[in-house]
Design a protein around this ligand. Structure first.
Ligand SMILES: C[S@@+](CC[C@H](N)C(=O)[O-])C[C@H]1O[C@@H](n2cnc3c(N)ncnc32)[C@H](O)[C@@H]1O
Ligand code: SF4
Ligand code: SF4
Length: 327
């Protein structure tokens, strides 16, 4: 029987970028499918665009934009039969990624955004588009997850209005990536149900290293902001440590970071990562994972186990650690 595929991200995601809207998420390895013309941000064009690619996959054809991506999956017999009868392109949006803004109040040495988008500006306002999507009944209000990437939300002028729009439509599922340098009061309202998750990349255990990495002297301020937010909201807060070669890739710094996480209390999860400039962002260049990186991962995992902190490593990072290199 014929092959057939589907991609859940394609069916249910809208990822707003500075130069267009993508139909799937940025962590996907394929280049993804985009509408670059802002005048085509409307129901008809979005449905038409998604349908075209959903149908190609359904018929067993892998579009060039999806080549190399790990997200499309083979349909089993049941799915194949179901896909003939159910019009999947009628699925509503359950995942919105807000990533159209690149303004930031920090200047991290590792920032992937500098490589991908040299302009630190914003080309369009998203609020009118979100309003339109709600009006046109394109959003699955019961299951919507909203993820803020960026840039940093503290510099996004429409952040508060966007949050209000989502709150008004009973959205209670947010993932917010931020640097935590400025305190943002509207965040106090999220997370009453423990679904939402705010991830702060601290990347250091001391003021000195923090300043070296972020080019701003704000370590203490970030810790204070995290503590304040934890007091005022029920949001789940996670902390990230990106291992950067010759900067924070040593046990002393990591141990101090782990102690800071423990002292803040109830950090869920603690997330260790390897600088993408050495891995994902250098395709074609082999990066052998240094031996001492394994010790750092082991140390963090043991510390978290002992102190009852959940610990997270992304599947891609687990994969390159197991393999010993990235390429
Ligand atoms: C570009 S940032 C935007 C959000 C926010 N400004 C922040 O720093 O958390 C989105 C996510 O990408 C991560 N990131 C950026 N550059 C990276 C790199 N070179 N390697 C690994 N993660 C990176 C950050 O840690 C953050 O969680
Ligand atoms: S297979 Fe990958 S690139 Fe293609 S639509 Fe899905 S997530 Fe995007
Ligand atoms: S805070 Fe985030 S967006 Fe800003 S420079 Fe650092 S990684 Fe990049």
């Amino acid at each position: 029987m014929f092959e057939s595929y589907h991609c859940e991200k394609l069916e249910k995601t809208l990822h707003f970028l500075p130069d267009g809207v993508k139909f799937c998420c940025s962590c996907a390895e394929g280049t993804g499918i985009k509408i670059n013309d802002f005048s085509k941000f409307n129901k008809e064009e979005i449905i038409k665009g998604k349908k075209k690619y959903i149908d190609l996959l359904k018929k067993g054809y892998i579009p060039k934009e999806c080549k190399g991506c790990i997200e499309y999956k083979k349909n089993n017999l049941y799915k194949k039969i179901k896909s003939i009868f159910i019009k999947q392109h009628k699925n509503k949006i359950t995942h919105i990624i807000i990533d159209h803004f690149k303004q930031c109040d920090s200047n991290c040495i590792y920032c992937s955004q500098k490589k991908l988008f040299s302009e630190r500006t914003q080309n369009y306002e998203l609020l009118p588009i979100i309003k339109q999507l709600y009006e046109q009944n394109m959003i699955d209000t019961e299951n919507l997850k909203v993820e803020f990437q960026g840039g940093n939300i503290s510099e996004l002028k429409e952040f508060e209005d966007l949050m209000k729009e989502f709150y008004e439509h009973n959205c209670d599922d947010f993932v917010i990536l931020m640097n935590g340098i400025k305190y943002i009061p509207i965040l106090e309202e999220i997370g009453n149900n423990w679904k939402s998750h705010i991830c702060i990349s601290l990347d250091a255990g001391t003021k000195e290293t923090y300043k070296k990495i972020k080019n701003i002297d704000a370590f203490d301020q970030v810790i204070e902001n995290i503590k304040r937010l934890k007091q005022k909201s029920k949001a789940q807060i996670s902390l990230k440590y990106i291992i950067i070669k010759d900067v924070n890739d040593n046990k002393e710094e990591l141990e101090k970071f782990l102690n800071v996480a423990k002292e803040i209390g109830n950090i869920q999860p603690l997330h260790l990562e390897i600088d993408y400039n050495d891995t994902l962002l250098s395709p074609g260049t082999r990066f052998d994972i240094p031996k001492h990186y394994y010790e750092l991962f082991e140390e963090a995992e043991n510390y978290c186990r002992k102190n009852n902190i959940s610990y997270k490593v992304f599947p891609y990072t687990k994969h390159i650690l197991k393999q010993g290199y990235s390429i």
